[in-house]
Ligand binder design. Structure first.
Ligand SMILES: Nc1ncnc2c1ncn2[C@@H]1O[C@H](COP(=O)(O)OP(=O)(O)OP(=O)(O)O)[C@@H](O)[C@H]1O
Ligand code: SF4
Ligand SMILES: [Mg+2]
Length: 317
């Protein structure tokens, strides 16, 4: 069983100007069941767009996404719905997924009702069970989101996601908005849940310590493409793509990846406008190793050693 993403592209049309934003430009990656794929890259490289496409919140412009060899990109409405029970998304800000006027218990039971997962008379007991699974007391079900701490709210979002009995959880910066003191607790909860329910995760973060803690494999994204893919040792200790090298060199303390202030010390220029992608390798305008052919030929993601993939023509393989 695995999640397969094949040459996925996403363009957004800006009605006012008629311009096309190339948010994803051919993403291909496979995540095995039970694994966690960590995704890193500067702001705007397309991480959340990819999360929304996999979760079915938005449709791809082209490309295929499948889970367990079942297509998830079909435009048919019923398939789109079926996907919601396979994949669930947890956002950075739990306020965006919790209705402020709905009590916690209601927001969880709503999911159970929509997906018809338990008989009506068993809903209350299941809500209690889900709250217990995420480490919350049963009486919280009578409170509103604003009556909880940030960490408790994020636990409720996770309980809500689990209520749909998903196989794949997409975690888009799930602990970034939380107080530093509760981040580790929520991370440990996520790791426990992954083991307990055999979940597969996609974990998006700018925090390299968190990425390291939870990921089996890491994808580095730049301008809507994966430029390097591998294990922690391959990506962080022995990065091969000039972009990954600049990202890692910019943070000697291994802290926040893609921070514009520190990154400007190792990388010149800005990320190009995704409405006007550069020709050839989209990194060439900033790349310290660029040669003339980089302006013409866009490199493919090639395996340079077992399970270590790099999209750069100048890397030895
Ligand atoms: N609905 C939309 N309409 C137009 N452009 C969009 C839309 N959503 C995203 N974009 C653009 O697509 C690109 C990718 O955005 P995305 O939110 O996926 O980036 P990200 O990697 O998640 O960034 P961050 O780290 O800041 O969360 C950006 O250029 C963004 O402006
Ligand atoms: S292909 Fe060229 S421009 Fe692109 S990363 Fe490699 S050296 Fe740099
Ligand atoms: Mg994002």
């Amino acid at each position: 069983m695995s999640l397969k993403i094949a040459d996925v592209r996403k363009q957004y049309k800006i009605q006012a100007t008629g311009s096309l934003i190339n948010a994803l430009n051919g993403i291909s990656v496979t995540v095995e069941k039970g694994q966690t794929l960590g995704i890193v890259g500067e702001s705007g490289c397309g991480k959340s767009t990819l999360a929304r496409l996999i979760s079915g919140l938005e449709r791809t412009t082209s490309g295929d996404i499948s889970w367990s060899d079942q297509a998830m990109t079909d435009k048919a409405r019923n398939l789109f719905r079926a996907r919601r029970s396979v994949v669930q998304l947890v956002f950075q800000d739990p306020y965006s997924s919790l209705n402020p006027r709905q009590k916690i218990g209601e927001s969880i039971s709503e999911i159970l009702e929509v997906h018809k997962l338990v008989p009506a008379k068993a809903i209350d007991a299941r809500v209690t069970e889900l709250l217990t699974i995420v480490g919350l007391a049963d009486d919280l079900k009578h409170r509103y989101p604003h009556q909880l701490s940030g960490g408790q709210r994020q636990r409720v979002s996770i309980a809500r996601a689990l209520a749909a009995e998903p196989q794949l959880l997409i975690l888009d910066e799930p602990v970034s908005a939380l107080d530093v003191s509760v981040r580790a607790e929520v991370m440990n909860l996520l790791i426990d849940l992954r083991e307990k329910f055999g979940l597969t995760y996609i974990f998006i973060s700018h925090d390299l310590a968190m990425i390291r803690y939870i990921s089996d494999v890491i994808a580095v994204m730049y301008l809507g493409k994966i430029v390097e893919f591998g294990t922690w040792e391959q990506i962080i200790d022995r990065p091969q793509h000039p972009y990954t090298q600049a990202l890692i060199a910019a943070m000697p303390d291994h802290s926040i990846i893609g921070n514009p202030e520190t990154l400007s010390k190792t990388l010149k220029g800005e990320v190009p406008d995704p409405a006007h992608l550069p020709t050839g390798c989209s990194f060439h305008v900033r790349c310290p190793k660029a040669v003339a052919s980089c302006m013409v030929t866009g490199p493919e993601l090639i395996e340079i050693s077992p399970n270590h993939l790099v999209a750069c023509t100048e890397v030895e393989r």
